[in-house]
Ligand binder design. Structure first.
Ligand SMILES: CC(C)(COP(=O)(O)OP(=O)(O)OC[C@H]1O[C@@H](n2cnc3c(N)ncnc32)[C@H](O)[C@@H]1OP(=O)(O)O)[C@@H](O)C(=O)NCCC(=O)NCCS
Length: 170
């Protein structure tokens, strides 16, 4: 299997916020944004693996800034690390100023997708080789985030979370 770079999976979904997608403060409803993020991550995971992919977990989402109705929102997803069958996907959410075009980052999320065959069984994915400084930072943190997610869902025991433990022993 040929290794890939994060840019091979880059997925950008750009859309507007319409009145039907907002909360009582006329800002984008959180669930609507999560759906857009999940969709972008799913396409990024498919581009990396060229397989059917399913969301295994949403490891982290931060709603840092409200997104007002009428905003142009770009949801940008890239695979940050590939393991055996699972992939961590980082998704950054930006809005742009109508007049200046200046971009502001409003949210980010970290998802895990698993590549599966037609019966839903996990299958191997290509290795990921990070290139930029940010991609390397995200790649290096991915194993401890995977271990944290597996620990919280009871899929591994604390003593198996070696990378996570090392963080506290520094
Ligand atoms: C995700 C799924 C395929 C995992 O299947 P499984 O039988 O648990 O398979 P495994 O235990 O071998 O796990 C497969 C991979 O997922 C990873 N994984 C599973 N749960 C995870 C979690 N909560 N966090 C991070 N990684 C996880 C495993 O570590 C493993 O990674 P690796 O192969 O890269 O080492 C299965 O649970 C599933 O189909 N879930 C439903 C998915 C779905 O419908 N999503 C949409 C929700 S609406």
């Amino acid at each position: 299997m040929i290794a890939k770079n994060p840019k091979d999976s880059l997925t950008i979904l750009t859309d507007m916020v319409l009145p039907g997608e907002t909360n009582a403060l006329n800002n984008l409803f959180g669930g609507e944004l999560l759906a857009r993020m999940d969709r972008a991550c799913s396409i990024a995971a498919q581009r990396h693996s060229r397989r059917i992919v399913v969301t295994a977990s949403v490891n982290h989402v931060a709603f840092n800034k409200a997104v007002p109705v009428g905003s142009v929102v770009s949801v940008e997803a890239k695979v940050s690390r590939a393991f055996k069958s699972s992939m961590e996907i980082y998704v950054d959410v930006w809005i742009e100023d109508r007049e200046s075009g200046e971009r502001t980052k409003v949210n980010e999320g970290i998802y895990t997708f698993v590549a599966v065959d037609r019966t839903g069984s996990p299958v191997k994915v290509p290795e990921l080789i990070p290139e930029t400084e940010l991609e390397i930072v995200r790649y290096e943190g991915a194993l401890r985030r995977k271990q944290l997610s597996l620990l919280l869902t009871g899929k591994i025991k604390p003593e198996q979370a070696t990378e996570l433990k090392a963080l506290f022993e520094k």
